[in-house]
Design a protein around this ligand. Structure first.
Ligand code: ATP
Ligand code: MG
Length: 439
């Protein structure tokens, strides 16, 4: 009896934990000064204001945050007039972009979980999420404990409602609340769990993981454009291959990249994707930019390549065969994943330049250089060479050409025009046979 009382008083956390700097380890110098400024101004006007979400998570984990978001008790109408350059955006859920030169601090009012039945679709997916609330309510509607941390730059404390700091230190991705309910509300949370676990080199907590495999088909109800955004985040988080493996293990890829299974099971398919993603991860970790078109061109290439060879074997010429192959692969793929049109155009450019790389002669080479996607297509050729699909001497020649000045280029092209044809490509017999037949 007494023990129970003691337990109740001492064990059950009353209100949030307030974690001091020595414990959470965030160095204020790593925090965006603009985000600090936004918090300070709001606090000076009597509002609560914290840096929230991914930035706090990443700072504690020792990863450089992508951007800084602020959550506050102030409404958009109260926030906007406090800053020189601030605009209210969003129709249903309104938030404020506070602009400082190139940096935008997304500042949103605490939100409450929406309880009403009208705001979900027939699968229980939340369609609206626009009721203002308290910090406590705001923390409950967030997805994972490690994403529900509130950093107050003034006191340098982290307000932690769900033991997120402890989970973060153990690199455990734990959902807030009942996982089945939370995934039903928003199936994208399953993908986010995978991404954060990969990004933090951690794991998905047991109960959080358990329902994913059986609930994976709910991904099919998510709008294609949102899936595309999430897929892009997965692929550019710096741990893309881990993410893909885990997606596949959980059956989550069916709604994302329906062809992933086929691709990975093809001879050489896994190797090609691995090479592409290794390069992407290396670029991300070095802080370099990533081209989504290049990435998707690489992910779908094995499929395109296979069909291209197949159609050529049926008697079609190289270029029209490639065109047919590309159309059929893109047609199937974009049913699920809305790859944005501008990316699709670039992917086509990258793919259609590939057969042209096999001829290094005069005018043609000059025309290649002028193509807007020449550089990306060259990189793609390198990737194919690394995968043993084309001759690496040929790939290097084009790379050198891309790096050279016009004078050197003229020499290189001149030499190549008189040199014997490129060395045989190791594993493209169908294509070579067809090319030889041409007059
Ligand atoms: P990153 O920006 O690195 O992708 P993030 O955690 O900042 O990660 P955002 O999509 O920017 O992700 O979201 C910001 C915050 O909003 C998250 O940290 C989380 O607290 C909350 N949030 C985002 N998406 C969801 C969701 N689907 N369900 C619940 N909360 C979410
Ligand atoms: Mg973010």
């Amino acid at each position: 009896m007494l023990k129970k009382l003691v337990d109740r008083i001492f064990r059950r956390p009353r209100g949030p934990q307030r974690i001091v700097a020595a414990e959470h380890g965030i160095d204020r110098r790593n925090v965006s000064r603009h985000a600090i400024k936004v918090c300070e101004v709001l606090q000076q006007h009597g509002h609560e204001a914290y840096i929230v979400g991914g930035a706090v998570r990443d700072l504690i984990a020792g990863v450089e945050p992508k951007d800084f978001d602020v959550a506050t008790s102030a409404t958009p109408e109260q926030i906007q007039p406090l800053f020189r350059r601030a605009r209210i955006i969003g129709k249903r859920f309104r938030l404020v972009h506070v602009v400082f030169g190139a940096e935008i601090i997304e500042t949103s009012t605490f939100r409450a979980p929406s309880g009403g039945e009208q705001s979900t679709d027939e699968h229980g997916r939340i369609l609206r999420d626009n009721v203002f609330g308290t910090a406590l309510e705001d923390a409950v509607r967030r997805d994972f404990t490690l994403n529900a941390l509130y950093y107050d730059p003034t006191t340098e404390e982290v307000i932690d409602y769900h033991h997120g700091v402890a989970d973060l230190k153990r690199r455990l991705v734990r959902i807030i609340g009942d996982p089945v309910v939370r995934y039903r509300e928003d199936p994208v949370r399953m993908l986010r769990a995978v991404r954060f676990a990969a990004k933090l080199n951690g794991q998905i907590e047991e109960k959080t993981l358990a329902p994913i495999a059986s609930m994976a088909p709910l991904i099919e109800n998510v709008p294609a454009s949102r899936l595309f955004d999430e897929m892009l985040k997965l692929l550019t988080c710096g741990h893309a291959m881990d993410c893909l493996r885990q997606l596949r293990a959980q059956g989550l890829h069916h709604g994302m990249l329906p062809m992933l299974d086929v691709v990975l099971e093809q001879p050489g398919g896994e190797r090609f994707i691995e090479l592409a993603l290794e390069r992407t991860d290396a670029r991300v970790r070095a802080g370099k930019s990533i081209s989504p078109s290049f990435l998707f061109a690489a992910l779908l290439w094995q499929q395109v390549h296979l069909r291209w060879q197949h159609i050529q074997a049926g008697g079609e010429h190289s270029i029209p065969a490639l065109s047919l192959a590309v159309d059929s692969v893109l047609g199937e793929q974009t049913e699920k994943l809305a790859i944005q049109r501008r990316f699709v155009a670039d992917m086509r450019d990258i793919w259609f330049m590939q057969p042209r790389f096999e001829r290094r002669v005069g005018k043609l080479a000059w025309r290649m250089i002028e193509q807007p996607r020449f550089r990306a297509a060259c990189d793609f050729l390198q990737l194919r060479a690394a995968a043993g699909e084309v001759d690496s001497v040929l790939a290097q020649w084009w790379m050198d050409l891309a790096d050279a000045n016009d004078e050197d280029r003229a020499d290189m092209i001149e030499d190549a025009t008189h040199a014997p044809p490129a060395a045989a490509t190791p594993d493209a017999p169908a294509r070579r046979r067809r090319r030889r037949r041409k007059p």
